[in-house]
Design a protein around this ligand. Sequence first.
Ligand code: HEM
Length: 375
Amino acid sequence: MRFAVDRFTEGGKNIAFANNTPTWKLHRKIAGKALRQYMIGTHFEAVLHESTNKCLPLMAKETGAFNPENYIDLMVSNILNAVCFGKRLQSSPISVGRSLLDKCNVSGKGFVEDMFPIMYKIWTTKNYFFIGLDAMELAIPLTYKIRDFTDSLILARKEAEREENEEVLSQLTNTHLRQTLMDIFNDIKTTAMFLTWYRHFIMVLADIQSKVQEEIDRVVEFLVGQLKDASGQFFCPLFLAVDELVFRIVQCVTQKLEVMYDVPQDTVVMINHWALHHDPKYWKDVEKFDPTRYLDENGKLGMKPESWLPFSAGRRVCLGEVVAKPELHLIFATIMQRFKITLPEGTNSELKLGGSSSNTQPAPFQIIVEDRINT
Ligand code: HEM
């Protein structure tokens, strides 16, 4: 049932596919703490700006219609590469990012070994997870400053060594650390996929695009500062409402989950977030892309219904929400600030779905960008 998963998680040694064992708990704790620490201060914003500053000028050079997927992948893989590996990865982040994205496409379609278990003995789906990571030096000496997520993992191991805690050490082998790193780095695809949805909605709904741009133009400094003002209020309610709405509409996660039905042991179960977020019992006009549904009577971001669970809930709640939300906010806002996005003439704006069985995204399409800054 989960031959391939076992293979690419090296026997369930990662976080997302692990059972609720003490090892999973330890890694969740270490990884969660590391991500929260990384987000303190303005380091993450600097990483985001470095990446968008590299990629958006490349996009601006496009003179006709083009598919922006590669630019989005590049932006997101640069960011997660910096978070995970800082500057230590010797092979190009693009090649690692690319191989992971290819892997996601393969895994989304399902594995031959899982469909025909007999194949397990004679066939191995190419293990894209480790390509490019051979160069990663987990034994790299620590400096006094934690530079990236890898440093945090190494520090956790050093602490266990100092305390001579053999039990913890046996759960912090190179394989475990590599798998935890992969869990974080793998989410390139989740984030990149979300951005393809923003692009779709914002482009098809020109009036929303211009309103969002008006808001962003009013508070441009927000792009180089915090996402909230001094009073703790969000700056751009409509922009953020679009954000929340995309979170509701899209869902694409393939993580392991325990449910109360009688399912055989070792079956991989996935939550159907699409159904959760499209249940007419909880959502009015479910098919309507209406960001104002999240605004209160004063035009501020209001409360969301309880069934809004894009990052799931409970013990297996997404570990990366703390990174994903500001990342998506800032990339989306920076793109909106810089470009007016339209469809090539004669293109049908109807939504065509692509992606794979485990994740849904708009089928590839082309856009035209008009530079709002340098024209
Ligand atoms: C738009 C972006 C994202 C969305 C919507 C999302 C959503 C989710 C959801 C729904 C789950 C739980 C699945 C379940 O119930 O089993 C999950 C798990 C997880 N996510 Fe995310 N995620 C996003 C981005 C990220 C990022 C950027 C990272 C890493 C920095 C990340 C790391 C993880 C990990 C490690 C788990 C597994 C947690 C566990 O099983 O204990 N996610 N994500």
